[in-house]
Design a protein around this ligand. Sequence first.
Ligand SMILES: *Cc1c(COP(=O)(O)O)cnc(C)c1O
Length: 394
Amino acid sequence: MVLKAKKIETQLTHDSCKKYEGAVVPPIFQNSLFTFEDWDAVDRAFDQPDKSFIYSRGKNPTVSIVEEKLATLSGAEKAQLFPSGMAAISAAILYCVNSGDHVISLKNLYGPSNNFLTNYLKPKYNIDTTFVQGDSIDDFKKAIKPNTRLIYLESPSTAVFSLQDIEAVSKLAKSKEIKTIIDNTWATPLYQKPLLMGIDIEIHSCSKYLGGHSDIVAGVLMGKAEIIDSIFKREYAWLGAKIAPIEAWLLLRSLRTLVIRMERHQANAFKIAKFLENHPKIKFVRFPGLKSFPQYELGKRQMTGYSSLMSFQLKTEDIEKVKTFFNCLQLFHKGVSWGGFESMVYAPAIAYIKELNAKQFENMGISINDIRISVGLENADDLIVDLENALNKI
Ligand SMILES: *Cc1c(COP(=O)(O)O)cnc(C)c1O
């Protein structure tokens, strides 16, 4: 009898060694092309391009191993890896829309996704996007037009962690034959399963928790086979943004520890969020796991766990003091991105001060005293001492 592994921890850590001469770690197939016995074998491969290894801009065995694990993890029929989250996002949006179509998305959308819609699809293809707040289903209802073809979600959003009611939005979209995409990077496919709530395409930047070691940039799309096969044949093959086998292999390494990494990220995040929430120099903390979070109930309904990216507002509005706090942190590395083993700190003001006035800033729900932290895998007590020290300096 062949034992069928059922639980996700087993599926993410186990690979058949038989296929690879007993090697416990599957190899990196670092080859551009695959060879065949004869004419008929080539002919058969051409008949099934989405199942055959022909040329590495298409299928590659190392990449396929990871795609199968990610599909299992999210409850998808299929997954397609990309060389970055943005490559996956642009391919998925292009799959859904034609010139002249209308899109609905969120005011607090991840910056580059917003830019792709606003500064690329709009001027080049006359694809208009309405950006809504998104915490009420009415926001979406009101924005629907006869030519709306796509609703693009990000829940929790990574700017202010606002949530959308995923089930309600998918239901609304289905009733109007509108496609839905969600950027599920924050929750990871471990803690939120949007495909099971009716979403058509789930997207992740694998550069965050899925990679988790701050050594790869990658992205993934997941959904029904019909959708993923079509994207594979067109947007993946023709735009040609393919993932490198070594990046897929590193991602395979990362998936083996995803469950335990996320448990630690989550436990550390709770300790730190609670510490910050009770600190007199902090106005509020934005973390969907806190009972004080405005959409706590919705989060509990549609997620089974929380990751460790959060933000908080210092009480001081003196930019010099905000800078002092930021600069005094020693264990939190300073820079962009998140979801790695290492704790990071970032201040949205660093970028926005260059582009926006105070009013625009406010419209995004962000202010100059906002601090964003990604809580890593260090000891939480050490991180709290670091935060405490920096808070004492202001
Ligand atoms: C980082 C990020 C992306 C883009 O992913 P890349 O791998 O950097 O291209 C997309 N969405 C969210 C929410 C992100 O944080």
